[in-house]
Design a protein. Structure first.
Length: 512
C-alpha cells in the first residue's frame, strides 16, 4: 500500500474507533478544526501525562504553570507577533484558491525529490544485485540534474524568505512553472503577508483598546509569569517553567489531518539560564528531548534532527525534531535558544524589570531562555500513524491493530466474560473492580470472543482478560497480549501486578 492510501486508512480508522472527529461535522465540518472522541481524549491525556511527568516531576528545577489564553494585547506587540507573525500568501486568480507561497515551493521540491526516488527504483530494477545506490546518486545524470535544480530552488527560496523578498518568491513560483492544483493555471496574484493571529473583542465597547488575540503560542504566558514563579517558588537559575495549553493560528494551508490545525495544543517548557551558558543548555535539551521520544519505543529511525538555516528574529540556535509521518519527515517539536529576547521585550513594553539576582555571581541579569515546544496533536498523530498496522494472519485472516506504547494506550485492559450467563459476567466485574482504580479498563460482553479481541486490537488495548467457566472453579483467567496474540492462564491474584509492570510510566521514563 502506498503512503497516501495508508494515511487515508489511518484517518478513517481514527474516526471509526472514536479517536478524532471533524469539528461540527453535521454542519459539514470546519477545516483544520478537530474534536477528540472517547478514545482520542484518553490517548491525548496519556501523552500529556507522559510529558508532564518527564518534564516537571522528574526535574527538581522545573515547575508547572497554567496561564490564561487571553492576555494583554501589549504582550503580542512585545513578542513581535503583531508585527511579524505572518505567512506569505498567494492566490490563484482562476480558482480563487489561496496558498502559502513557501508551501507551494516545498511541494514542488518534494515532487523533485520523488523524481530522484523513481530514478533510483529504475536503477535498482535495471542493475539488480549489483546496484550501488550511493554510487548511482553521485553519478546518474538525471539524478544530478534534478538535484542541482532542488539545491538552486531551495537556496533561492531561503534567500527570498530571509530577505522578505515577496516579488522574488513570486518569481520563483513562476520560474518553477508551478500550477494551481485546482485550476491548473499559472495565473498568480502578488505575494502578500497575512497575520496568523485570531483576534476578538473583550468587553462591550468596541474600540481599538478592546481588541485582543487568542494566543498563538503558550510561551508568552510563561514569560510574563517568569518573576511571579521565580519569586513565589524561590527558584534559582537555571530553572524551567512548563505548560500545556491551547494555541490558535489562522493557518491557511489546512491539510494533513491534525498535523496543521487552527486550534491545537502545545506542551512547552522555557528553561531560564545564565547568559553565556545557553549553548550548553541548548545541546542538553536537544539530547534530553530526543531521549524522551525514544523512550516510547517506536524506533530511532523514525526521528531525526533538522537544524534551522533561517533563524527566527529571537533565536541564536534552533532545531526541530522531525518524525517520519506517512507524508514524510516533518516537524514534531522545536528546540530554540531564544536568547533574552522575550524577557527584554517585556521589560521594555511593561516598564517592569525582568531580572534575576544571581547570588553566585552577585549580579543581576535578564536570563537567557531555551525553549522546548512540542505539539500535542502532532505527537498524537505520530503515535497513531506509527502504531497503525494492517496485519495478515494465518488462514487468510487479517486484523488492524494499534501497536501503541502500552503506557499511552487509551484502554489498558479489557475484561471479557466468554458468555453472557452462568455467573461469568459477575466474575468478570469482580476482576474489573481489581483493576479499574489504577488503569483505564473496558468491560465487553457482546459478540464472539474473536470479534471482541479484534475490537480491542483496533483501539490498541495491550491486554485482554477472558473469564470462562473454568475461572469459576480455579480463579484462573486467560491473559491475551495484543501484539503477539499469545494467551496464558494466570491466577486472578497476579493480574493487577502483571499489567501494572507493563504500563507503568516509571518503567518507560527510566529508559530515558
Ligand atoms: P510549522 O513550521 O509546522 O508551521 P512552527 O515552526 O510554526 O511549525 P512552532 O511555532 O515552533 O511551530 O510551534 C511548536 C510546535 O507546535 C510545533 O513543533 C508543532 O508540533 C506544534 N504546532 C505548530 N503549529 C501547529 C498547528 N497549526 N497545528 C498543530 N500543531 C502545531
Amino acid at each position: 500500500m502506498n503512503q497516501e492510501d495508508l494515511f487515508k486508512n489511518i484517518i478513517a480508522h481514527a474516526k471509526e474507533y472514536g479517536f478524532v472527529f471533524q469539528s461540527s461535522e453535521i454542519y459539514d465540518g470546519m477545516s483544520a478544526v478537530y474534536d477528540y472522541g472517547q478514545m482520542g481524549v484518553e490517548l491525548k491525556n496519556n501523552i500529556k501525562r507522559y510529558w508532564w511527568e518527564a518534564m516537571v516531576h522528574l526535574h527538581e528545577n522545573i515547575v508547572g504553570l497554567d496561564a490564561a489564553i487571553f492576555m494583554h494585547p501589549k504582550v503580542w506587540e512585545a513578542s513581535g507577533h503583531v508585527g511579524a507573525f505572518n505567512d506569505p500568501l498567494i492566490d490563484n486568480k482562476d480558482s480563487k484558491k489561496r496558498y502559502r507561497a513557501d508551501v507551494l515551493l516545498e511541494d514542488y521540491l518534494s515532487k523533485q525529490q520523488e523524481k530522484i526516488e523513481k530514478e533510483v527504483e529504475k536503477g535498482r530494477k535495471r542493475f539488480g544485485d549489483t546496484f550501488h545506490e550511493a554510487q548511482f546518486l553521485k553519478t546518474n545524470p538525471n539524478v544530478l540534474r534534478v538535484k542541482e535544480k532542488i539545491d538552486l530552488v531551495t537556496q533561492k527560496m531561503s534567500d527570498a524568505l530571509n530577505q522578505n523578498d515577496w516579488e522574488g518568491l513570486r518569481q520563483l513560483i513562476l520560474d518553477c512553472e508551478i500550477v494551481c492544483p485546482v485550476s491548473g493555471s499559472r495565473n498568480w496574484t502578488e505575494v502578500r503577508q497575512f497575520n496568523l493571529m485570531f483576534s476578538t473583542k473583550m468587553g462591550s465597547v468596541s474600540d481599538e483598546a478592546d481588541q485582543i488575540y487568542l494566543r498563538p503560542e503558550t510561551a508568552q504566558g510563561i514569560f510574563v509569569n517568569f518573576l511571579n514563579v521565580q519569586k513565589s517558588g524561590r527558584m534559582k537559575i537555571p530553572f524551567g517553567i512548563a505548560q500545556i495549553g491551547k494555541a490558535f493560528r489562522n493557518e491557511i494551508v489546512a491539510r494533513q489531518f491534525i498535523f496543521r490545525m487552527r486550534e491545537f495544543e502545545q506542551m512547552e517548557m522555557q528553561f531560564f539560564v545564565r547568559p553565556g551558558t545557553e549553548m550548553e543548555w541548548y545541546n542538553h535539551w536537544k539530547e534530553a528531548r530526543l531521549r524522551w521520544h525514544l523512550s516510547l519505543g517506536l524506533g530511532a529511525d523514525r526521528y531525526r534532527f533538522h537544524d534551522h538555516d533561517k533563524l527566527a528574529h529571537y533565536a541564536n540556535a534552533a532545531c526541530d525534531i522531525e518524525f517520519a509521518f506517512p507524508f514524510g519527515f516533518k516537524e514534531l517539536e522545536g528546540i530554540h535558544s531564544r536568547t533574552d529576547f522575550d524577557l527584554t521585550q517585556h521589560q521594555k513594553y511593561s516598564g517592569r524589570k525582568q531580572q534575576f539576582f544571581d547570588p553566585e555571581t552577585n549580579e543581576s541579569y535578564v536570563p537567557y531562555v531555551i525553549e522546548t515546544s512540542i505539539g500535542l496533536d502532532r505527537t498524537f498523530l505520530a503515535m497513531l500513524s506509527a502504531a497503525y498496522i494492517e496485519e495478515a494472519l494465518e488462514g487468510g485472516e487479517s486484523r488492524v491493530l494499534l501497536k501503541l506504547p502500552a503506557v499511552l494506550a487509551p484502554i489498558k485492559a479489557a475484561v471479557l466474560p466468554l458468555v453472557k450467563k452462568d455467573g461469568l459476567p459477575q466474575k468478570a466485574r469482580e476482576v474489573l473492580d481489581l483493576l479499574k482504580f489504577d488503569m483505564q479498563t473496558q468491560y465487553d460482553e457482546k459478540d464472539s470472543i474473536g470479534k471482541r479481541y479484534r475490537r480491542q486490537d483496533a483501539i490498541g488495548t495491550p491486554y485482554c482478560i477472558t473469564i470462562d467457566h473454568q475461572t469459576l472453579e480455579d480463579n484462573m483467567v486467560t491473559l491475551r497480549e495484543r501484539d503477539s496474540m499469545t494467551q496464558e492462564r494466570i491466577p486472578i491474584a497476579d493480574i493487577h501486578g502483571r499489567i501494572m509492570s507493563k504500563i507503568s510510566i516509571g518503567k518507560y521514563l527510566k529508559s530515558m
